[in-house]
Design a protein around this ligand. Sequence first.
Ligand SMILES: Cc1cc2nc3c(=O)[nH]c(=O)nc-3n(C[C@H](O)[C@H](O)[C@H](O)COP(=O)(O)OP(=O)(O)OC[C@H]3O[C@@H](n4cnc5c(N)ncnc54)[C@H](O)[C@@H]3O)c2cc1C
Length: 368
Amino acid sequence: MNFELDPHLDQLAGQARSFALEVLDDADFATDSWLIHPSREFSRALGERGWLGLTWPTEFGGGGRPPIERLVIFETLISMGAPLATSWFADRQIGPTLLQFGSDAQARRWLPQIINGESAWCIGMSEPDAGSDVASIRTTARQTSSPSDEWVINGSKIWTSGAASADWCYLIARTESDAARHRSLSEFVVDMATPGITVAPIVDMTGNSHFCEVTFDDVVVPGENLIGERGNSFRQVMRQMEHERGGIDRLVSNRRLYDAVMARTTLTDPVLRQRAARIESGYRIGRNLVIRETVGQAPAGFSAVTKTLCTELEVEIAEFCGSVAQMGALEWSDVARAICYAPAYTIMGGTTSILRNIIAERILGLPR
Ligand SMILES: Cc1cc2nc3c(=O)[nH]c(=O)nc-3n(C[C@H](O)[C@H](O)[C@H](O)COP(=O)(O)OP(=O)(O)OC[C@H]3O[C@@H](n4cnc5c(N)ncnc54)[C@H](O)[C@@H]3O)c2cc1C
């Protein structure tokens, strides 16, 4: 079986590499860059290059290109540590969600600014008392009496990545008080400049503060910002999570660190060599799983497997880098940071325990 990609894709990866090196300085590259390293300038540069909305239909201004091309470009950029956090959520999942569940008018309103790299988005799903169990969120959206057709939002979200610099929040709120838990949620696009929104950055144990607590206090949202079917958010979220879980960002977040560590070691210790061999195999297996998701060949729900395998590998890589650096990890700030940050990989986007439940129940059909 031949796992090599078509040569034009290798060329595309080379172009992505040259592009990043041309427009960025050394200091602009960082591990975990798609999540913690924003840059409006780089987002616009990607837009000008035509690499945002690359796969979206041309009638909406997208590139109409095959998904595998997007994978190859962003595999390269994330592995290098290019600052993608401004554009990533919108390009990865908000655009596809608007295309799938939004109206034509909504797609024409929001997609162009994502494609140009002009807008930054955050995702308001998790709450202080509702993370894994999205259906138990308490943030409410109440419709004002017609004809104004507005919604008033109250509640708070937590761990909202990029909220402090976002223009828009893709928010999930409870709209029905008398329906079943899974039929009572709806989705809205909320302008982050709306009065009543307070954003408080949270400092994580690496000292970074990319995620935030966001409070909504009588925040008024126009009726036309409701996305998809009222009360149907749970199904829409599940689809959105497929975009979030099966992508290349779940495999190569700390590839930059791994490459740097490997370049600084000769790996004479046989145990470390075995661990490196495991990681190298993991990269190849993970990449094949991501390719399967990307080209639409993975079974429904399989992104739970892809994310579990890939993010557990990322944790293993951080531990491996620590073992190679040993006491030097304390001086080598990238490694120390990676060790502290590693637990995040298997929490964000759905914890590994939750994904294993999904694998057991929905993929393997095991009893609850
Ligand atoms: C770096 C980072 C970025 C994030 N960015 C965002 C963001 O942008 N937007 C957003 O909305 N959220 C974001 N999150 C939040 C993330 O989605 C939640 O942390 C995650 O879903 C888990 O929810 P929780 O923290 O409330 O933990 P809980 O749901 O309280 O879970 C606590 C523990 O219990 C386990 N557990 C819970 N239920 C079960 C069960 N039924 N079976 C077995 N085990 C179970 C979990 O696996 C976990 O180990 C981010 C998180 C991180 C770490």
